[in-house]
Design a protein around this ligand. Structure first.
Ligand SMILES: Nc1ncnc2c1ncn2[C@@H]1O[C@H](COP(=O)(O)OP(=O)(O)OP(=O)(O)O)[C@@H](O)[C@H]1O
Length: 226
């Protein structure tokens, strides 16, 4: 369970101080939670704090009671690798590695043997409908296919927490639907935190958090469609 308590982030901009996030408290339940809000409302700031990419000015982030904000960077990186998966708007696949090698990469980082890496990557790529694309380089895949590889990679170590930041932002309607369906499917078994401007996508989450001016102003629980 991922929990934020009284989380605030202030940035210095010369003389001025920008309050990017103020007093954010929320316990993210299992399943999908969407974070929405206008540009500059603090969504990316929140995601960066929850994932330990950045440290809060005040408050804390707890992963199963482990205070993430109190760990040094190398330990936060370790926690990210083992407990968190990421799917961003830009898929960020490694261009010189094939689809299966990209998916297997997190497994390589934690020292799993080749046979296990291959089996896991093949199974995940099959799950996202890409069993026929195992040996393709990212440049030979469509945008939607690349995003499905990125999702498979995010699931490689079966992380309890999955972050998605505008995961369907660059895709055409058909790919968007495919990626969204797979994402919410993966989100059923874990905590999925989805940052998006797409309200239609957000409505598929069990919870929607509305940010405005760095504050959590509203929590909605739409009827989950899955
Ligand atoms: N590194 C930084 N230094 C100074 N100010 C920053 C920094 N990062 C973000 N901010 C400011 O903090 C506020 C929140 O930014 P943030 O990127 O979290 O918003 P957002 O909701 O993700 O916006 P968008 O939807 O446009 O991505 C904004 O006013 C932004 O200008």
């Amino acid at each position: 369970m991922l929990r934020a308590e009284h989380l605030s982030k202030r940035y210095r901009q010369g003389e001025k101080e920008v309050v990017a996030l103020l007093g954010f408290t929320y316990a993210f339940p299992k399943g999908a939670t969407a974070v929405v809000g206008p540009s500059g409302s603090g969504k990316t700031t929140l995601l960066n704090l929850l994932a330990g990419f950045d440290l809060p000015s005040e408050g804390g982030v707890y992963l199963d009671n482990l205070p993430l904000h109190q760990l040094p960077e190398d330990e936060r990186a370790r926690v990210r690798l083992e407990y968190m998966g990421f799917v961003f708007q830009q898929w960020n696949l490694i261009p010189t590695l094939t689809a299966w090698e990209n998916v297997a990469f997190p497994l390589l980082l934690v020292g799993r043997p080749r046979k296990e890496r291959q089996e896991r990557a093949f199974a995940l790529l099959e799950r996202v409908g890409l069993a026929h694309r195992l040996h393709h380089l990212p440049s030979r895949l469509s945008g939607g296919e690349q995003q499905r590889v990125a999702l498979a990679r995010a699931l490689a170590l079966d992380p309890p927490v999955l972050f998605a930041d505008e995961p369907t932002g660059n895709l055409d309607a058909e790919s968007r639907e495919q990626v969204a369906t797979l994402l919410f499917e993966a989100g059923k078994e874990r905590t999925l935190i989805l940052v998006t401007h797409d309200l239609e996508l957000a409505r598929r989450a069990g919870h929607i958090l509305h940010l405005k001016g760095g504050r959590l102003v509203r929590e909605e629980t739409p009827k989950a469609k899955g």
